[in-house]
Design a protein around this ligand. Structure first.
Ligand SMILES: [Zn+2]
Length: 301
């Protein structure tokens, strides 16, 4: 899994920081998560191929999370895209985007599908060969979802030195990897657990922005490989967090600790701070595996 941060700052774009957008690559499938202003420029800067993006996930309809979407959709059209594009986001997103396309008389030449979300309970919104995506309902000033990306379970590992002890045709390997027992030509059954080992556990990535401190998500994201959690504020501004539907770095650390994830990635920093280093220090008070997102930074999990 490779995560590339295109933007991870709150509210207004600046010359040196971008609002929220990131690219998650899992086994060659590419997902765009949020699409703040500047996203298409950052995609180019980070050499993400436009054609590989087939699914865009929008957490909520605050501008710093989706004002780059109409520009990206328009650029895809100008580049003569033919492959379909799927947009997942809150109810209303279809009306907003199609209104702009309508008044500019610029309908896309490629199929554009909207998957509007309104459930306040987690729901699976995409299943591909390799990945399952579900919503993580968050607590913000408007309807907002995080997204949980889980690898599909992998096939069991063949223990070749065991398999070679028996006359098992190659044609049966696929079934054995799926958990079937082997049946020899004389009818003898070799139990699957003798021939295979457990696969690597599926990896997962949880994107959680924007949200107030919301421990209700812990169960859903438990033991994940990586958690991106917003940390808009430091403790000195904790009094602003709850009323604005945001979290502090320390609260993000508390969620990571409770969920027992492997890695916490902090982002959605308020632009009021000159340095983001104190965010790491404050989260590390409660959770040890903390890294800071930053625009243009990539992580491999
Ligand atoms: Zn917001």
């Amino acid at each position: 899994m490779k995560l590339t941060i295109l933007g991870c700052y709150a509210a207004t774009p600046r010359t040196f920081t971008n609002p929220t957008s990131q690219v998650l690559e899992i086994n060659n499938e590419v997902f765009l998560i949020d699409c703040g202003e500047g996203t298409q420029v950052e995609l180019r800067r980070n050499k993400v191929k436009f054609g590989k993006i087939k699914h865009v996930f929008i957490s909520h309809l605050h501008g710093d999370h989706f004002y780059g979407l109409i520009g990206l959709i328009s650029t895809f059209m100008l580049l003569n895209r033919k492959t379909e594009l799927h947009v997942y986001g809150p109810k209303g997103i279809k009306e907003i985007i199609t209104l702009q396309l309508k008044f500019s008389n610029s309908w896309t030449g490629y199929p554009l599908y909207f998957h509007e979300l309104s459930s306040t309970a987690p729901e699976i919104i995409l299943t591909t060969k390799k990945v399952i995506v579900e919503t993580i309902p968050l607590k913000h000033r408007i309807y907002c979802n995080g997204f949980l990306f889980r690898e599909q379970p992998k096939p069991r590992k063949l223990l070749m030195e065991e398999v070679a002890k028996y006359p098992i045709d190659v044609a049966y390997y696929k079934g054995i990897k799926k958990g079937k027992n082997a049946v020899l030509p004389d009818g003898t059954i070799i139990p699957n657990k003798q021939l295979t080992a457990d696969p690597e556990p599926p990896k997962s990535y949880a994107f959680c922005s924007d949200t107030a401190y919301h421990p209700e998500i812990v169960e859903q994201i438990e033991k994940g490989t990586a958690l991106y959690h917003e940390s808009t504020f430091l403790e000195e501004h904790a009094y602003l967090a709850a009323p604005t539907g945001h979290s502090t770095a320390r609260e993000a650390g508390a969620i990571a600790r409770a969920a027992n994830v492997e890695q916490l990635v902090l982002g959605h920093f308020s632009t009021r701070y000159d340095s983001i280093l104190p965010f790491k220090a404050e989260a590390e008070d409660v959770f040890s595996q903390v890294v800071l997102a930053d625009d243009g930074k990539s992580f491999n999990f």
